[in-house]
Design a protein around this ligand. Structure first.
Ligand code: ADP
Ligand code: MG
Length: 728
């Protein structure tokens, strides 16, 4: 009997919920382990405090002697909370977070010791980071990377370590992480959106991009997860026959949360509170054992850090509750995969949500301005937006087995559709006072503050307007949000800069009134970006055909999609806004195509190993039992045995056929890998893995899954789908 599977199942059946202690009120502990405003007021001098706040709000530089004061205050605060170490916490291009811990402890000449943490250590650190991916930047420049403090995201204590959010850059200045370009993109959108917001309110001096992510994930018992080499190594199942019952009955969605899971969530949320992550919502998702967690939205840089921190935290807390968290976009075939919806909007320092309809025609004109500019930006850069969410694992969702599709389109709802249709009909040039009044009162003025059909109607749209924000739904559950957020904020910034130029030109050259000019430019934008608007069902061939007619891209695989990241248009965009240089852009592309090839290579190896070392031997063992049985029948019944062994003989033959096909599949796959590995160019190699290696996965899996249905359950070595998905 295969011991691992049954041992794991036995362990799982004996589990009981792990008790958790929660605070009486969450608000009591919120941000307790964060060096936030309250902590800074207590531990910093007035000057230091002002300097940090100024850096956060206005991006001003912190003087070195002030940094010394800040580090001292930060250290005292951290030690008072039991911290012994500090680390620069950063997000290298592996997608995970990285840290290297150093003790505060230092010895002195007189044989005594003290706790030390100077301004220099706060501001800059040099991790021995030679094995983080850098796409050739560091080799080319023979420069090492260093991490530098990002004061816009507050330091926090995790365990006994003071974590300082940092950027990671090469000595030659190129960004080696996700955060650096994000911060630059956020600066661009601030500048561009503030300039446009001033058309409507002179008091606006800053615009922040807001992000509220929704994290989907699966929770699998840790013993069951460990019993499967594919889940352990690739974070997803590479084979396994579907469970007879899956998600057909929709009985898991929003159902009651199982007790063990609930305790995990309560524990996790308590830790989140301490770290200042404002988690708010938890519920079951569509697939069995799939869940979701969402916070209250925050400023984008902070929200991105919080999502990275959360994912890290989830792994650690899950372990304590004997679970493994799967963030993979498609851990199981034939049940829903996981995404990470990115809710995005723009807010002014005067407290206005620029993507929220208002109560007056003027407020609504402001809303429409930002709304239509966003649509125009998405229309213009749909291919880059698609590229920003491309990964080997997200390919399983986009354009593969489930919505949203690989085609980027925007859902806006029927109310806004009719508003845009009306605006499109207006006359060009200067508006007559009557037409303007009519537009303001009957079109713009009629937008209700609450848009009824914009809540959650269109689940298949990759980019949906949901009443007061856009929801970028195609982002994968494993993704670092910085990547799509850098692109989205950059393209909208670019668009708003162009918009302002056009409006100003109409005011100056055509002597138009401001409103006339805005209406005129918006009207053209509505026409220009019509093709990106799609209200229908994005799942299926009809939309694919229609999208092709509209000239929208439909890149179903990562290597294909990633091309847009290095196009001339993209380089112009990023260089023009000072977000990334050509070298940085190309380095990132190289890292991403390399990562793709590596992931497919690893999966190929795992699949080959499991099929050869687990599946085929098991199938042969069962076949031998059948052969023995047939021989026994022959001993008893002589030539009559055939009558009694029809099923057995048939099974014996079927098993042999499947084994032969699996063997051939593996051999061919290995040959394809060998060929791919000889390719020097990283992009060509990714294409080879995508087009020549990956297709064998399906073939091998198909026959393994067929064997799963034939072979005696008692002999089957791999924990089955029904066990993985329905054990609570
Ligand atoms: P629901 O759709 O569950 O009724 P909401 O629409 O309020 O709730 O929010 C869904 C997600 O969108 C949450 O994660 C929330 O934080 C986020 N969100 C809401 N408003 C904004 C905004 N202005 N900017 C960014 N994210 C937002
Ligand atoms: Mg959502």
């Amino acid at each position: 009997m295969p011991t691992l599977r049954f041992h794991a199942l036995k362990e799982t059946f004996n589990r009981v919920p792990i008790p958790v202690t929660e605070p009486e009120r969450r608000s009591d502990i919120f941000g307790k382990n964060v060096f936030n405003e309250a902590a800074m007021r207590q531990y910093l001098t007035k000057d230091s405090f002002k300097s940090v706040m100024d850096a956060v709000e206005n991006g001003s530089k912190i003087e070195r002697h002030i940094a010394d004061h800040i580090s001292t205050g930060m250290k005292e605060w951290a030690i008072a909370k039991g911290a012994t170490h500090y680390t620069h916490w950063f997000q290298p291009l592996t997608g995970a977070t990285a840290e290297k811990h150093d003790a505060f402890f230092e010895t002195m000449e007189n044989g005594q010791a003290i706790e030390k943490f100077g301004g220099g250590q706060l501001v800059q650190q040099e991790p021995d980071a030679s094995s983080f991916p850098n796409g050739g930047i560091r080799n080319t420049f023979e420069a090492r990377g260093y991490t530098a403090w990002d004061p816009t995201s507050p330091a926090f204590i995790y365990g006994t370590t003071l974590c300082i959010p940092t950027v990671f850059v090469a000595y030659t200045g190129e960004a080696l992480d996700y955060k650096t370009p994000l911060l630059r993109a956020l600066q661009s959108i601030d500048g561009a959106a503030t300039a446009v917001a001033k058309y409507f309110d002179k008091n606006v001096t800053k615009v922040i991009a807001t992000l509220g992510w929704e994290q989907e994930y699966f929770l699998i018992d840790s013993a069951l997860a460990a019993s499967r080499p594919d889940i352990s190594l690739a974070g997803r199942t590479l084979l396994g026959h579907s469970s007879a019952k899956g998600q057909q009955l929709d009985d898991h969605y929003f159902g009651s949360i199982p007790a063990r899971v609930l305790n995990f969530m309560r524990h996790l949320e308590t830790e989140c509170m301490l770290l200042g992550i404002p988690v708010k919502t938890r519920h079951n998702e569509v697939a069995p054992n799939q869940f979701e967690l969402a916070p209250i939205f925050e400023e984008t840089n902070l929200a991105v850090d919080h999502n990275s921190l959360l994912m890290d935290l989830m792994h650690k807390i899950a372990e304590k509750h004997n679970f493994k968290v799967l963030f993979h976009e498609k851990p199981f075939a034939n049940v829903n995969g996981s995404g990470k919806h990115n809710n995005w909007s723009l807010a002014t320092n005067t407290g206005v949500n620029l993507l929220g309809p208002g109560s007056t025609p003027m407020k609504n004109l402001q809303f429409l301005t930002f709304f239509i500019n966003t649509l125009k930006a998405v229309n213009e850069y749909e291919e880059l937006l698609r590229a920003s969410i491309a990964s080997a694992s997200n390919d399983h969702r986009l354009g593969a087995n489930e919505a949203p599709p690989a085609i980027i389109s925007a859902f806006i709802g029927s109310q806004l559709t009719s508003v845009l249709d009306e605006l499109e009909k207006m006359t060009s040039g200067k508006l007559s006072p009557q037409e303007k009044t009519d537009l303001k009162l009957n079109v713009v003025g009629k937008i209700p503050e609450i848009l009824l059909d914009n809540t959650d109607r269109n689940r298949t749209s990759p980019f949906a307007f949901t009443g007061n924000k856009f929801e970028f739904r195609a982002v994968g559950s494993t993704a670092n949000c910085a990547n799509p957020m850098t692109v989205l904020n950059a393209i909208v910034a670019r668009q708003l800069i162009d918009f302002k130029k056009q409006v100003d030109a109409l005011i100056k050259d055509k002597k138009m009134k401001k409103d006339d000019a805005i209406f005129n430019v918006l009207k053209e934008y509505i026409k220009d970006s019509k093709r990106i608007r799609f209200e229908g069902d994005g799942y299926g061939e009809a939309w694919e055909k229609e999208a092709e007619k509209r000239g929208l891209s439909n890149h179903k695989t990562t290597p294909e999609a990633l091309k847009a990241k290095v196009s001339k248009k993209t380089i112009e965009l990023f260089e023009g806004l000072g977000i990334m240089s050509k070298i940085e852009i190309e380095a990132r592309h190289e890292i991403e195509v390399e990562d793709y090839a590596l992931r497919i290579q690893i999966e190929g190896r795992i699949l080959g190993d499991i099929a050869r070392n687990h599946i085929i031997p098991t199938a042969i063992r069962y076949q031998n039992i059948l052969i023995e049985n047939v021989q026994g029948l022959k001993n008893i019944y002589g030539t009559d045995f055939k009558k009694f062994s029809v099923e057995q003989m048939h099974l014996i033959e079927q098993i042999s056929e499947h084994i032969a096909k699996i063997n051939k599949g593996i051999t061919d796959m290995i040959d394809a890998r060998k060929k791919a590995n000889k390719i020097e160019d990283a992009e060509d190699k990714a294409f080879a893995y995508c087009n020549d290696v990956k297709p064998f996965f399906q073939v091998i899996r198909y026959h393994c899954d067929k064997l799963e249905l034939l072979v005696d359950d008692e002999l089957w070595p791999l924990t089955k789908y029904r066990e993985l998905l329905f054990t609570k």
